[in-house]
Design a protein around this ligand. Structure first.
Ligand SMILES: Nc1nc2c(c(=O)[nH]1)N[C@H]1C(S)=C(S)[C@@H](COP(=O)(O)OP(=O)(O)OC[C@H]3O[C@@H](n4cnc5c(N)ncnc54)[C@H](O)[C@@H]3O)O[C@H]1N2
Ligand code: MOO
Length: 400
């Protein structure tokens, strides 16, 4: 069977995505979700000219050093002064308070000497200083957050300042995750038993799903048995999964049954083998609106496959506009041999060195080695048939 290129597989995958439904959630619950509609400010911020400092609000013409002014009252945050400041007058003012009419300048209190209801300005302040004009931040009606923006802490804070108490977001994708393999036991099992392996991929993938705003549905560990795997796939569908991820059993061995199990449950495949390393036996398919991914069992293959396919799928389902992993240029820390026909993703350490971003590949690139993956913070992307590269050559990297 011909191997599909990574770019072609990603394009088939994203071309098949219909974003999930829109739901309205409280702003507290919207953290990490993706905005489903453009969001316009419901008010102007600040809504009035406001003092940026604690001091005295005065008219610019009165702000020279040596001015002696009559203190006529006080403006605090949430409590403005209901009368204007006239010539020869000052209002005590605090940070965030509305600037009284008539005043256009705030003299910081460090530049004043107060004596009863008089204040003497001990230094000159330029007219207009220490005042934030109305609308400095944003104006009512302006769209400040576009549909497709993930609501990180900064975006969420802005949405709150725009006076939104609820937000339209895409429904969180539900992702059923099943590990397969007769050898697998759950982490923490004691005793583990001979010939057994502690299953870790389903834990890593579920964590990734959460990081991407999805809800993992743990389907546990199934043995290498067609009916058992089919039963778990059905359980995932019954639980309302938008995406089914099967781990392991993706290759050509006698006990590799995830492809047949998915097919028997009505999944049609868009991709079955990829021209990439690690992760050649990787399946992408669909049953109606439900996406199915079969990721290889080797832990690094599983993770790299998820970075390249599961993460973009979850971002696209949530309406993110640019779902693919971002490629960045970096210089190679050590030379690399010429590549073969599979696009290579080398585990690497990315660090700034001498003002340049340097990517140094790990010496051990076996797709079973989890410790190297965990110690890496980037993947060096080597296109098919890339020629040998020298240290200092520019390569593309994907941050992990
Ligand atoms: N004759 C061929 N053999 C293999 C090929 C091939 O093209 N021809 N491809 C190889 C490649 S590349 C990969 S990658 C692996 C992937 O195979 P499977 O997806 O069938 O993976 P398994 O055989 O189930 O397991 C591989 C390895 O990973 C361990 N594993 C499985 N699940 C987990 C888990 N949840 N957590 C941790 N570790 C797990 C499993 O114990 C095995 O050691 O196939 C090659 N073979
Ligand atoms: O896809 Mo396999 O990852 O090369 O070991």
């Amino acid at each position: 069977m011909a191997l599909t290129s990574v770019a072609e597989a990603q394009s088939r995958l994203l071309g098949s995505v219909v974003p999930l439904a829109v739901e309205t959630v409280s702003i507290e619950a919207a953290a990490g979700r993706v905005l489903a509609q453009d969001l316009a400010a419901r008010r102007t911020q600040p809504p009035f000219a406001a003092s940026a400092m604690d001091g005295y609000a005065v008219r610019g013409a009165d702000a020279g050093a040596g001015s002696v002014l009559a203190v006529i009252g006080e403006a605090a945050a949430g409590r403005g002064l209901p009368r204007p400041v006239g010539p020869g007058e000052a209002a005590r003012i605090f940070t965030g308070a509305p600037l009284p009419d008539g005043a256009d300048t705030v003299v910081i209190q460090e530049d004043t000497a107060r004596d009863g209801d008089r204040v003497t300005l001990t230094a000159a302040t330029a007219p207009g200083r220490n005042v934030r004009p109305a609308g400095l931040d944003f104006a009512e009606g302006h769209v400040l957050l576009p549909a497709g923006r993930r609501l990180d802490a900064r975006a969420l804070g802005l949405a709150a300042a725009m006076n939104h108490g609820v937000l339209p977001v895409r429904r969180a994708p539900r992702v059923a995750v099943l590990a397969t393999g007769d050898e697998l036991v759950a982490p923490g099992t004691e005793p583990v038993g001979p010939d057994r392996i502690v299953a870790s991929n389903q834990i890593a993938i579920a964590a990734m799903v959460r990081e991407l705003g999805g809800e993992p549905i743990a389907l546990g560990i199934a043995p290498d048995d067609l009916d058992a795997i089919r039963g778990r796939i059905r359980a995932g569908l019954d639980a309302g999964a938008d995406v089914i991820v099967l781990l392991g059993g993706a290759s050509v061995g006698d006990h590799d049954l995830t492809g047949p199990a998915l097919a028997a449950e009505g999944v049609a495949f868009d991709v079955q083998k990829l021209a990439m390393r690690p992760g050649k036996p990787l399946m992408l398919g669909r049953r109606g609106a439900v996406h199915a991914l079969g990721l290889p069992g080797n832990p690094v293959s599983s993770h790299v496959g998820a970075v390249l396919f599961l993460a973009p799928l979850l971002r696209a389902l949530q309406g993110e506009t640019d779902p693919l992993p971002r490629l960045e240029p970096a210089v190679l820390g050590t030379p690399l041999r010429a590549n073969d026909h599979r696009q290579d993703y080398l585990r690497a350490t990315l660090a700034v060195d001498g003002g340049r971003l340097v990517a140094t590949p790990a010496s051990l690139q076996d797709s079973s080695v989890i410790s190297v993956l965990a110690a890496s913070n980037a993947l060096i992307v080597r296109p098919p048939h890339a020629p040998a590269a020298a240290g200092g050559d520019t390569v593309d990297v994907v941050r992990l």
